[in-house]
Design a protein around this ligand. Structure first.
Ligand code: DGL
Length: 270
């Protein structure tokens, strides 16, 4: 069975990349809604509409399960999708629980899109797990735009990050939760800002584990992804990639995808 993974854009690749490590034999169909990115500034109705169209598309292409590799779409559309489709549909939410349970005392910063931050889903989650009120929320919508432009370490990104985090006292934080899949690309910059001690927590490994569980798939031992000299990434062959309904089979867009996977490999364990 093929697994469909979608996001507004290239953020969802970080989930797919993790799946390559843990489910190397699995076939995937990846969809980036590149005409409608960013979702983080759209209305819930618009996002539900996009998510429904993409789910139809992925099922039509043979997906037997769907991963909504987007915290924003999950926060507004997951209920609707589960109600309307009779296949496993997995979502993502900021990994607040592991952050709260895995740390003590100091504060935790959750960064996400404005939509994710406004939704009740996140408020309910905080209500359930953040008993000591250690969590602060911060919207960073511009990081989505920087990521889409493949601008991961420019002065402009650094400035944006410094300015957004600048409103908080960084000494008080022990963990930063990446509540948007696009935010994974910037791990070295968070590290630079917060230093070595602060945990960077994303939900990707948890999502892939959950997927394996739900579909009873055997997980690999976290395989070593080797990239040969020619930059051939044979593991990408297990996947059909679509950008807004158009299959990517070559050209600059395929090179773009390869560069993104290389970046994700580089920042994976930061
Ligand atoms: N990657 C998305 C997320 O996880 C959404 C980014 C956007 O389109 O605003 O929230």
């Amino acid at each position: 069975m093929k697994i469909g993974i979608f996001d507004s854009g290239i953020g969802g690749l970080s989930v797919l990349h993790e799946a390559y490590h843990l489910l190397p034999k699995q076939e995937f169909i990846f969809y980036a809604d590149t005409e409608n990115v960013p979702y983080g500034t759209k209305t819930p109705e618009q996002i539900v509409g996009y998510a429904t169209k993409i789910t139809d598309f992925l099922i039509e292409k043979g997906a037997g399960a769907i991963v909504v590799a987007c915290n924003t779409a999950t926060s507004v559309a997951i209920k609707e999708l589960r109600k309307n489709y009779n296949i496993p549909i997995l979502g993502m939410e900021p990994a607040v629980k592991p952050a709260v349970e895995g740390t003590e005392g100091k504060r935790i910063m959750v960064i996400a899109t404005p939509v994710t931050i406004r939704q009740d889903k996140l408020k309910d989650l905080l209500h359930r797990v953040d008993e000591e009120h250690r969590v602060d929320l911060l919207a960073m919508p511009k990081l989505v735009e920087f990521a889409e432009r493949e601008e991961f370490e420019s002065e402009a990104v650094r400035e944006y990050i410094t300015q957004q985090f600048g409103a908080f006292d960084k000494e008080k934080y022990c963990a930063l939760v990446l509540g948007c899949t696009h935010f994974n690309y910037f791990k070295p910059l968070y590290r630079e800002y917060f230093g070595q001690e602060t945990l960077l927590i994303d939900g990707n490994r948890g999502t892939v584990r959950h997927l394996a569980d739900v579909l009873s798939l055997d997980m690999a031992q976290d395989i070593d992804m080797s990239f040969d000299k020619d930059n051939e990434m044979s593991w990408m062959n297990n996947t059909k990639y679509y950008f807004f309904g158009k299959e990517i089979t070559g050209g600059e867009t395929l090179q773009h995808l390869k560069r993104l996977h290389l970046r994700l490999e580089k920042v994976r364990n930061f």
